[in-house]
Design a protein around this ligand. Structure first.
Ligand SMILES: *[C@@H]1O[C@H](CO)[C@@H](O)[C@H](O)[C@H]1NC(C)=O
Ligand SMILES: *[C@@H]1O[C@H](CO)[C@@H](O)[C@H](O)[C@H]1NC(C)=O
Ligand SMILES: *[C@@H]1O[C@H](CO)[C@@H](O)[C@H](O)[C@H]1NC(C)=O
Length: 225
């Protein structure tokens, strides 16, 4: 961790996804996700997963939230720490297929959790913030949380973090056997699986604005990459 604290990495990287996109307005009851006091997620159960690849950020283990995540790896990856090995190899352009195989894997498990959370390998978010999101979402009727973009025939989550509830997982598992991957973008693909523009289904979180994954700063650490 000491090395991590001394780390200052500067690589300019802009994602085209950040600009010019329309989002659903943030749900007011979910607007204060930045409580500094850690809150327990109580008895809420969640499955946090992360798609790891040979192009994963080498910094992924700096981010505490990832210690709890299931690391989903390709069949022949040489990465350490994989919790799930899929049956195939994937590349950046086949992440949608990787997501679908991952979801099928989760569907095949007998264990269902209250929430499913997909995080990017370079997301920077404290565990307490995720716990707050789950706790607050558990009090609402929405099935899906994230930064919700509205520029497709269905709403979709901007990739770095999205959350869905057990009922949505059951719906996904019912749809997957018939589902055909048509898009390369993994987050637009999950949107097409959800296939909804019902605003009551979505909790729009301020993920894109406040948990953007390219920089992190506190009183001891400053990381940009
Ligand atoms: C947590 O436990 C309480 C009772 O102890 C129960 O009413 C509530 O439904 C539980 N919440 C979840 C998300 O399981
Ligand atoms: C995965 O890639 C390796 C080479 O890295 C190859 O030998 C192997 O056959 C591939 N497996 C599948 C299932 O495509
Ligand atoms: C989404 O649902 C509509 C009907 O509401 C259907 O016409 C469309 O084919 C569905 N799209 C996908 C990707 O499943």
């Amino acid at each position: 961790m000491k090395a991590a604290i001394q780390l200052l990495i500067l690589v300019v990287a802009f994602s085209p996804l950040t600009f010019g996109k329309q989002y659903l307005p943030y749900a007011p009851e979910l607007s204060s996700l930045h409580d500094t006091v850690p809150r327990s997620a109580g008895n809420i159960t969640s499955t946090v997963f992360m798609l790891r690849s040979d192009f994963s950020s080498p910094l992924y283990d700096l981010f505490a939230i990832h210690e709890r995540a299931i690391q989903v790896c390709d069949k022949d990856t040489k990465l350490d720490g994989c919790d799930v090995r899929l049956k195939n190899n994937y590349s950046y352009t086949t992440l949608s297929n990787k997501l679908v195989e991952t979801l099928k894997h989760l569907c095949s498990s007998k264990i269902r959790t209250d929430f499913y959370v997909k995080i990017d390998d370079d997301l920077i978010m404290p565990q307490s913030t995720l716990d707050n999101i789950l706790e607050k979402m558990s009090t609402t009727k929405c099935q899906v949380g994230g930064g919700i973009a509205v520029d497709y025939p269905y709403y979709w989550p901007v990739g770095q973090l999205y959350v869905f509830k057990r009922k949505m997982m059951d719906d996904i598992c019912a749809k997957l056997p018939e589902f055909k991957v048509e898009l390369t973008s993994e987050d637009i693909t999950i949107g097409s699986i959800w296939n909804s523009t019902n605003t009551e289904m979505f909790c729009s979180l301020d993920v894109p604005k406040n948990h953007w994954h390219k920089s992190y700063k506190d009183h001891r650490v400053s990381i940009q990459y």
